[in-house]
Design a protein around this ligand. Structure first.
Ligand code: UD1
Ligand code: CA
Length: 460
């Protein structure tokens, strides 16, 4: 059990200028979460006494995006470096507590590695979390003399030999608050970037004769930070590869694992087959014997056994029953619920509608705010006219209704069971007794009429 004498500080106030974006760096998305959320989740899972998040004064956007009651926010008015950020947080430190600093741009840092660090809190005045990278470019290097750590040198200030060092610093350390506050007072901005480097406390501690220890991250990837879009894409690739590996081991067939994206959580049954170019987002459930065709995008949806989602279909917050066939090119929007054996075909858009067993809408339709019974057939090009420019209205269709092609159902409207509606009908009144419904349209014919050849450019 962790003694609750430890405060975690998360640095998230940096300019993020290397991202070349006016959106805060740590709020960029990695998988289904922001970079910062990974770090916050790690911090929370350690259950520290408190978490202090160093936020950006200019934008304050971090506080408003991440609504976490368990977090204490401090605002770093001047973005003058990581040392400045810890100095800002230090106002909230109590002398007898231990401080762990996490950088908000290191999403893969694990609770296990941080716990390893905590074990050293009394073994030395400061313990650093480090790792070895084949390509240490961009990271602070750990300088040692007779194996003992003497300082951290930033890439920009390192000489040729120092740049060859592969032992890199994560920025994460544990130290007693009283000592830390003392060291922070001594840092200055006499470096190439004219910033207050948090890493300078290591040399300050060394000059004091402090014992400095290091702990290696459990996995190398934990040390990877995100400073630019290239690094963001490298971490995204690592994340995707891990997820894909798990899915394949769990028995999902991915026809092209290198062209498949999962941003979120997927629960699935047996015999699930996913084609190339599929994107799954949020919480997804796929039952047994599910096939997902090329190019489908599925968000927060539940799909029951034996259903086939054909190519280029988009499903967003929907529930689909057993033995359904959906697509190709269908678009099912939020609050669409399909019972078993429903068939939805090409260029059909459905939202906020409930469709009962064995009903079919196979071509070119728009269905919104509708209750559709069982064994209903909706012909090609038929639509619910659910919107008058201000309000949405409901369409209710009973069981076993046949709706001919190109029908307009002007809502609010109710159609009773077993009704047949002729092709091309515009329905404006409720049908309460089963019947054949049609509009009288007169078909006329002009005899001896020919198409004019005027302005005709081409003969083929
Ligand atoms: C930092 C370390 C480097 C380490 C690397 C690990 C320093 C001086 N260097 O470099 O030794 O190897 O991380 O990834 O610390 N931040 C603030 N306020 C600021 C500046 C930064 O809160 O004024 C925050 C950023 O939002 C970011 C974190 O501190 O989350 C790290 O800052 P960054 O500029 O990315 O440091 P690096 O150059 O990567
Ligand atoms: Ca960084």
């Amino acid at each position: 059990m962790l003694k609750r004498d430890t405060t975690i500080v998360i640095l998230a106030a940096g300019k993020g200028s290397r991202m070349k974006s006016n959106f805060p760096k740590v709020l960029h998305k990695l998988g289904d979460k922001t970079i910062l959320e990974y770090v916050i989740n790690t911090a929370k899972s350690i259950n520290p006494k408190k978490i202090i998040l160093v936020d950006n004064f200019e934008k304050k956007i971090i506080s408003s995006n991440i609504q976490e009651k368990s977090i204490n926010y401090v605002i770093q008015k001047k973005q003058n470096g990581t040392g400045g950020a810890i100095l800002t947080a230090s106002k909230k430190f109590l002398d007898d507590e231990y401080i762990i600093v996490l950088y908000g741009d290191m999403p893969f840092i694990s609770a296990e590695s941080v716990k390893k660090l905590i074990k050293y809190k009394k073994k030395s005045k400061i313990t650093l979390l480090t790792s070895y990278l084949d390509n240490p470019n961009g990271y602070g290097r750990v300088l040692r003399k007779n194996k003992k750590i003497i300082s951290i040198i930033e890439e920009k200030n390192a000489n040729f030999y120092e740049k060859k060092i592969k032992e890199v610093y994560s920025g994460t350390f544990i130290a007693n608050a009283k000592n830390l506050k003392k060291w922070l007072k001594k840092i200055n901005d006499k470096n190439i970037q004219k910033e207050l480097y948090a890493t300078d406390i290591v040399h300050i501690a060394y000059l004091e004769g402090a014992n400095i220890k290091s702990v290696k991250t459990i996995k190398t990837k934990e040390i990877l930070g995100i400073n630019n879009k290239l690094q963001l894409s490298i971490l995204e690739e690592i994340l995707q590869k891990e997820k894909i590996k798990k899915l394949l081991i769990n028995g999902i067939t991915l026809k092209n694992p290198y062209n498949f994206t999962l941003r979120g959580n997927l629960k699935h049954g047996k015999n699930v087959e996913i084609e190339s170019g599929v994107v799954l987002e949020g919480n997804i459930f796929l039952g047994d014997n599910i096939k997902i065709g090329t190019g489908c995008i599925i968000k927060n949806s539940f799909i029951n056994d034996n259903t086939h989602i054909k190519e280029y279909t988009i499903l967003d917050n929907v529930q689909i029953g057993k033995n359904c066939i959906i697509g190709p090119f269908a678009h099912l929007r939020p609050k669409t619920i399909l019972s078993d054996e429903v068939e939805i075909g090409n260029f059909v858009e459905i939202k906020d509608s409930n469709i009962k067993k064995s009903s079919k809408i196979k071509h070119l339709s728009y269905i919104g705010n509708a209750e559709i019974g069982a064994r209903v057939n909706i012909g090609a090009g038929s639509i619910t006219c659910n919107y008058d420019g201000k309000n949405k209205f409901k369409t209710t269709i009973g069981d076993n209704v046949f709706i001919g092609s190109n029908t307009q159902l002007v809502a609010p409207i109710k159609i009773t069971n077993n009704t047949t509606i002729a092709a091309g009908t515009t329905l404006t009144k409720n049908i309460n007794i089963p019947c054949l419904v049609y509009n009288k349209k007169i078909q006329k014919c002009k005899i001896n009429w020919t198409r004019s050849n005027k302005n005709k450019k081409s003969t083929d």
